[in-house]
Design a binder for this molecule. Sequence first.
Ligand code: SDX
Length: 409
Amino acid sequence: MATPATSDRTHGQSTGEPAKAAPPVCEFRPGLEGVPATQSAISFVDGKNGILEYRGMAIEELAAHSTFLETTFLLIWGCLPTHEELAEFEHDIRYHRRIKFRIRDMMKCFPDSGHPMDALQASAAALGLFYSRRALPNPAYIRQAAIRLLAKIPTMVAAFQSVRKGNDPIQPRDDLGYAANFLYMLNEKEPDPLAARVFDTCLILHAEHTINASTFSAMVTASTMTDPYAVVASAVGTLAGPLHGGANEEVIDMLEAIGSVENVEPYIDRCIAEKQKIMGFGHRVYKVKDPRATVLQSLAEQLFDKLGRDRYYDLALEVERVVSDRLGHKGIYPNVDFYSGLVYRRLGIPTDLFTPVFAIARVSGWLAHWREQLATNRIFRPTQIYTGEHHVPYESIEQRQSKASFDTF
Ligand code: SDX
C-alpha cells in the first residue's frame, strides 16, 4: 500500500548533522514570482513607476544617445567604453561577422517552413562545434566568445532568411554599422539612415531586462560551466515562446485578426470573457506601461512620418485604449512586444523574424549575465515540494489496470 508524501525535506534524510546548514525554506511560488535567483548589478526595473536602467542609466537616455554596441559594452563590462575601447570592440565585431560555409550549408538542410527561431537556436548551438568547448573561462575567452556571438548571430538570422527563399546568403558589409549591416543583409539594400538608427535603438531597448525567463534559462545553463554557445542556444529556445519574446509576432497576428477599428472592442471583450491573454499586454514586473513600449511607440511615429503610416497603427492605438480601460485596474498595459512589431514591419522585417531580432539584441544581456555569474558561480539546483506517493509496490504487467489519462495534463 502506498503512503502519502510528506515533504522531500524529511523523507530519506539521515539523522546525522548535515555538513552545511541549508538556507531557510520558502513557500512555493508558482513561476518563482518575487523569488530572488541571483544578485546582479546589470539592470534594474521598477515596475510600479515604469523605470528601467542599464548599469544605473535610464533606458530613455541610452535610447536617445547611445548605440547598441556601446550599450552592449556597458552591459557586459559595466562602464561606457572610451573612444579607443569602442573602436576596438566595433572593429572586432566587424571582423567576426562572417559565418562558416558549413553553418550556411547546414541551414540549407533546414526545412523552408521551419521557424527562424528554431533555425537560430540550432545555428547558435552549432557554433560550439567550431570554437573551443568548455575552455576554462578567463577574461580573454569571455571577450572572444562574446564578440563571436554578437557578430555572428545577426548574420545567421539573415542567412536563414536568404536560404529559405532559395538564395545564397548575402555577405556582411564591413563599411556598414551593426544595425545597418543587418538590414542590408536582410533586404540586399542599404537602409535609409533613419531606419538604421531606429533599428539600432530597438536593439538597445531589447538588450537586457533583469532575470526574465530566457536570461534565467541562460544562467541555469551557464551554471553548469558549459560553453557560451550552449548558453545562448538555450536562451534562444526560451525566448521563442509566445508568453515571452514570441508575443511580438502574435501581436501582428492579433491585429490582422481584428482587421478594423470597429472590431477592436468586441474582439477584446471576447478575449477577456474567454480568459484569453491579449498579446503584447501584461508583465510580471510592470504594473504600468512598459517604458520600452513608450519609446518604441515614438520610434514607430518617427518612421511613419518619414516612410508613411502603417495601417495597423490606428488599430494598435485603439487596442491599447480598450485594454487599458478594461484591464488597467489589474495593472495590464502594453509591454515591449506590443509596438516593436509595428516598427519592424515598417522596416520591412518579416513577421516571423521579429523574435529572432529580439534575440539579436538580447544576446547582450545573456552574455552580461554569463560573465557576471562566472565570477561567483554555483550550479543552480533548487528544491521541490514532492506531492506524489511513497512505497508504491511494483505490479506485474498482467495485474495492471489502465490508469493513464491522455486527455488531461
Ligand atoms: C516579455 O520578464 C520579462 O522581463 C520579459 C520581457 C523581457 O524583456 O525579457 O519583458 C519580454 O516577455 C514581455 C511579455 C510578452 N508576453 C505577452 O505579451 C503575452 C501576454 N502576456 C501575458 O501572458 C502575461 O502578462 C505575462 C506572461 C507577460 C506575465 O504573466 P504572469 O506574471 O504570470 O501573470 P499571469 O498570467 O499570472 O496573470 C495575472 C493576472 C491574471 O488575471 P487573474 O486570473 O488574476 O484575474 O493578469 C491577467 C491574468 O489573466 N493577465 C492578462 C494578461 N496578462 C495577465 N489578461 C489578459 N491579457 C493579458 N495579456
